[in-house]
Design a protein around this ligand. Structure first.
Ligand SMILES: Cc1ncc(COP(=O)(O)O)c(C=O)c1O
Length: 390
C-alpha cells in the first residue's frame, strides 16, 4: 500500500502546485503587459486535431526533425503572412522557432561578431536588451521619440555601421507608435548602403482596432534587407512557444542548418496541429474574435484614464492597437514606486522608465488590458488610481 500511496501523494501535490499557481496568476494577472487572454484559446478545436494526430501518429512526426520546421506549418505561416501582413515570402524562407527570443538569439549568433555594433530602439523591448547583455556587441540606442525631428533624427552618430538593427515598426514596444513610411524607407536605404540587416519584430500587429492595417516593413520592397520575426505567443498563447522568422533568400538555408545544429528542433505534432488550425480557418476566426474583445477592453481602460486623470495621460503617439497601452505620468513621479505599491495590492503593471537603457527615461506605466476581464478592469484601475494620486 505505501508503494501505491506515494505516486498518489505526488500527483495530489503536483495538482496543488498547479492550483496555487493558477490562483496566483489570476490574482496578480491584472494589467500584465503583453499577455493575451489565454482562456479564449480555441482549445476544443485544437484538442480535436491533436487527439486525431495522436490516435495513429505518423512515425516521421515522432523522430528527429530536420529543416526549419514542418513543411505544413511553414506553408500555412507563409500564406497567412502574405495575406495578413503583406510579407513577401514563400515557405522556403520561413523558419519555425520557439518564439521571438530564439529568433533574436539565432540572428545575433549568425550575423554579429563580438564587438560588432548593433542598434536597438530606445525605449525598447527588454528581451532585446537581455539578449544583448549576453555578448560583447556594441549596443547603440535608436531614439524612437526623436523620429518626428527630421531625417535620421535619433539615430546613433559616428562609430561603425551596425550589423543588426532591431525595430518594432508596426507597433513600437513599449510606446505603441507606428514608424512612418518615410522613416521605413530611410532605414531600408541606410541598411542597404551600410550592409546592415534590419530585424523587424512584428510581435502583436494582428491586433489593430482602428484605421487600416499597417503592412510589414519587410514587404515594402523586393529582397529587402529585413529579417522578419513573429510569434504565436500573442495571437494564441505564450506557453505554446512557437514563432517564426522570414529570412532573406540569401540567408535562409544557412539559418535552417544552424537552427537544427544549435537547438535540435522537435514538436512536429504541435506544428502539424497548428498548421491544421490555421488551414481550417480557426486561427483567423480567433484573431477576429480577439480583436473585438481587446478593442472593448482597451476602450474601457482608455476611457477610465481619460475620465480620472485626463486625456494627456495617454501616450500621444500610441496607435489604437496591441495588447497594452501606456499611462503617462509627470516626469517628477516615481513610476517604479507606483508599480510596487500597486503590485502589493494585487495589481500588476510595468514602469515605463525601465524600458530605457539610460537612467533618464520617461515616466509612466505599461498596462496590459488584453488579459483582464471587463468586469475587473474598473476595480483594478481604482487600485492603481489610489497608488497614483499623491
Ligand atoms: C516586443 C516583443 N517581442 C517579443 C515578445 C515575446 O515573444 P515570444 O513569446 O515569441 O518570445 C514580446 C513579449 O512580450 C514583446 O513584447
Amino acid at each position: 500500500a505505501p508503494a501505491r500511496a506515494a505516486p498518489v501523494r505526488l500527483a495530489r501535490r503536483a495538482q496543488a502546485l498547479v492550483d496555487d499557481a493558477s490562483a496566483a496568476a489570476r490574482q496578480w494577472g491584472a494589467f500584465m503587459p503583453g499577455v493575451p487572454d489565454v482562456t479564449q484559446f480555441p482549445h476544443r478545436a485544437f484538442g480535436r486535431i491533436v487527439a486525431r494526430l495522436w490516435r495513429d501518429p505518423a512515425p516521421e512526426l515522432l523522430t528527429y526533425s530536420h529543416g526549419g520546421g514542418h513543411p505544413a506549418l511553414r506553408e500555412a505561416v507563409a500564406e497567412h503572412l502574405r495575406v495578413a501582413r503583406a510579407v513577401r515570402c514563400d515557405a522556403d524562407q520561413v523558419l519555425i522557432t520557439e518564439g521571438v527570443h530564439q529568433a533574436i538569439d539565432l540572428s545575433l549568433r549568425m550575423l554579429a561578431d563580438p564587438s560588432d555594433t548593433v542598434w536597438v530602439e530606445e525605449p525598447g523591448y527588454w528581451g532585446f536588451h537581455k539578449l544583448l547583455q549576453m555578448g560583447a556587441w556594441r549596443v547603440r540606442p535608436l531614439r524612437v521619440e526623436a523620429e518626428g525631428d527630421g531625417p535620421g533624427a535619433g539615430w546613433p552618430r559616428g562609430g561603425s555601421a551596425p550589423r543588426l538593427i532591431f525595430v518594432t515598426p508596426s507597433h513600437q514596444y513599449p510606446l505603441g507608435s507606428v514608424m512612418s513610411l518615410a522613416r521605413r524607407r530611410e532605414l531600408l536605404d541606410f541598411a542597404r548602403q551600410s550592409g546592415s540587416w534590419i530585424v523587424e519584430d512584428d510581435y502583436d500587429s494582428e491586433f489593430r482596432f482602428a484605421g487600416r492595417p499597417i503592412p510589414s516593413m519587410q514587404g515594402l520592397e523586393d529582397d529587402s534587407p529585413v529579417i522578419y520575426i513573429g510569434t504565436f505567443s500573442k495571437t494564441l498563447f505564450p506557453g505554446l512557444r512557437v514563432g517564426y522568422m522570414v529570412l532573406p533568400r540569401a540567408l535562409a538555408a544557412h539559418f535552417r542548418t544552424a537552427h537544427a545544429d544549435l537547438y535540435r528542433e522537435g514538436h512536429a505534432i504541435t506544428q502539424v496541429a497548428l498548421a491544421e488550425l490555421i488551414g481550417q480557418g480557426h486561427y483567423a476566426a480567433h484573431i477576429r474574435r480577439m480583436r473585438v474583445l481587446y478593442a472593448r477592453r482597451r476602450a474601457l481602460l482608455a476611457g477610465l484614464i481619460a475620465e480620472h486623470l485626463g486625456p494627456d495621460h495617454l501616450h500621444p503617439q500610441a496607435s489604437n492597437a496591441g495588447l497594452h497601452l501606456v499611462l503617462r505620468l509627470p516626469e517628477d513621479r516615481d513610476d517604479v514606486a507606483i508599480m510596487e505599491a500597486a503590485q502589493a495590492r494585487g495589481v500588476l503593471s510595468r514602469p515605463l522608465s525601465r524600458y530605457y537603457r539610460r537612467g533618464d527615461g520617461r515616466r509612466g506605466l505599461l498596462l496590459g488590458y488584453a488579459c483582464v476581464e471587463e468586469a475587473n478592469i474598473e476595480p483594478a484601475f481604482r487600485v492603481l488610481l489610489d497608488c497614483i494620486r499623491p
